[in-house]
Design a protein around this ligand. Structure first.
Ligand code: PLP
Length: 459
């Protein structure tokens, strides 16, 4: 859109960007474009508002919320939508590792991995992650998003005429990795093995094929048939790339994810994970054979040309990975709280989508109502649950995505049920038939969540 300088006189940028030119010098109304873009989101009811929260490491899931315009009057809220699924961000060994690394190595990495950024904590972390997944090597990136971009694009891009077979519900980071590879892509219907097999047969045995999928889909909470995918890959000579972002730390005897739990780690070629969710810190990684890792290390611009994770973060992540390899307490309690929460919400007639994982999606089905429900929970009940709207989920399936953690207590669940019932009644949202569902696995006996080691760390 073009303007003359004269046309700008007296015209506020909020007005139509297509104004009349008065003089002959043409200028671009930059601001107008951005205002219009934001207006579009607002009209479509998908403009995102962030809550200003201050997590309390020693008292998670409690946090302070500073309402807009009242930053000096913080209110205590309970967080019910954190992806720090196990609360490892506040775990004593993790905090201690971060603190020691800061004192010892300073705040930053000092450069890209090529330019003095390969520090000992990141090397140790990579060894720990390779061991976690039973692979020869691993490579750490600045986020899970970047690891998918770099991993998929480089691996597929280095294979001749590679066909990427992608589950239809794969995450945006995987889609960006596929795009960046420049390779042909075919989508298989979500978790549909017959469709995947059809595409594998059509591609023929001689063509390079990369099957990319997630082990646990984070919006619906469903789990991929990883063993069947591995079988098909073997039968039709394809490579497999799994995103275990929502499973590492939380599933499998050592936290290796769904593939570890299902005993198929050795039949999956490349595992991608994050350090930002189950491990409570930041960063992403891939683990695979030495040849694949060395190739990605050597060819991926999103690895080569960016500063490495700082030693503090690498050391904290490493402590979290080590802890969860040994300790199953967090995993057990996490599963128990997820089951309890689903059970309690369903018993109250709230429309919980059933699934076999720790994710508790409660369907609203309307963007505006979803936002209102989230606002009411926060303002009236001190409960923070971010609304999930399009494009994260399809239009008409807007929902509240609840993520119980081992640090929630039974009493928190009772308050959550009460609050949600009140919000559902206030907004006239439909209840489903109240169901007393049997717990799908035995409740694990747990003591109250006191986390004494955290209290020590805080002292
Ligand atoms: C399936 C999946 N993969 C990758 C990512 C990106 O991970 P990170 O948050 O570490 O960038 C996400 C983020 O939520 C995700 O849901």
């Amino acid at each position: 859109m073009w303007w003359t300088v004269g046309a700008l006189e007296g015209l506020h940028a909020d007005q139509s960007v297509w104004g009349r030119a008065k003089k002959d010098k043409v200028v671009m109304d930059y601001r107008g474009y951005f205002d219009q873009a934001i207006e579009r989101l607002k009209t479509e009811r998908r403009y995102r508002v962030f809550a200003d929260l201050e997590r309390d490491a020693t008292r998670f899931p409690y946090a302070l919320w500073r309402p807009e315009g009242e930053a000096d009057k913080p209110r205590e809220v309970t967080i019910w939508c954190s992806n720090d699924y196990l609360g490892m961000g506040g775990q004593a060994e993790v905090i201690e590792a971060v603190t020691k690394a800061a004192v010892r190595h300073g705040a930053g990495a000092g450069g890209t991995r090529n330019i003095s950024g390969t520090h000992h904590p990141i090397v140790e972390l990579e060894m720990e992650l390779a061991d976690l997944h039973g692979k020869e090597a691993s490579l750490v990136f600045t986020s899970g998003w970047v690891s998918n971009l770099a991993g998929i694009s480089t691996i597929a891009g280095l294979l001749p005429d590679c066909l990427i077979l992608s589950d239809a519900l794969n995450h945006n980071s995987m889609i960006e990795g596929i795009r960046r590879s420049g390779c042909e892509k075919q989508l298989w219907r979500h978790n549909d093995m017959a469709h995947l097999e059809e595409l594998l047969i059509a591609a023929g045995p001689d063509r390079a094929k990369l099957i990319v999928f997630e082990s646990l889909y984070s919006m619906d909470g469903d789990i991929a048939p990883v063993a069947e995918i591995a079988d098909l890959a073997k039968k039709y000579n394809a490579l497999t790339y799994v995103d275990e972002v929502h499973a590492v730390g939380m599933y499998g005897p050592r936290g290796g994810g769904i593939c570890e739990r299902e005993g198929v780690m050795d039949r999956i070629d490349i595992v991608e994970g994050t350090l930002a969710k189950g491990y409570g810190t930041l960063g992403g990684y891939i683990a695979a054979s030495m040849a694949i890792i060395d190739a990605v290390r050597s060819y991926a611009p999103s690895f080569i040309f960016t500063t490495a994770l700082p030693p503090t973060v690498a050391a904290g992540a490493c402590a979290a990975v080590r802890h969860l390899k040994k300790s199953g307490v967090e995993r057990e309690r996490h599963q128990r709280m997820a089951h309890l929460t689903k059970h309690a919400l369903q018993a109250a007639g709230l429309p919980v989508m059933s699934n076999p994982s720790h994710i508790v999606p409660v369907m609203v089905g309307d963007a505006e109502k979803c936002k209102q429900a989230s606002d009411l929970l926060l303002e009236r009940h001190g409960i923070y649950i971010q609304p999930i709207n399009y494009p994260t989920v399809p239009i008409g399936t807007e929902r509240l995505r609840i993520t119980p953690t081992p640090r929630h207590e039974d009493a928190h669940v009772a308050l959550l049920v009460e609050a949600l019932v009140d919000v559902w009644k206030t907004l006239g949202l439909p209840f489903s038939e109240a169901k007393i569902i049997p717990m799908t696995r035995p409740a694990v006996a747990t003591a109250p969540c006191t986390y004494p080691e955290m209290k020590r760390a805080a002292e």
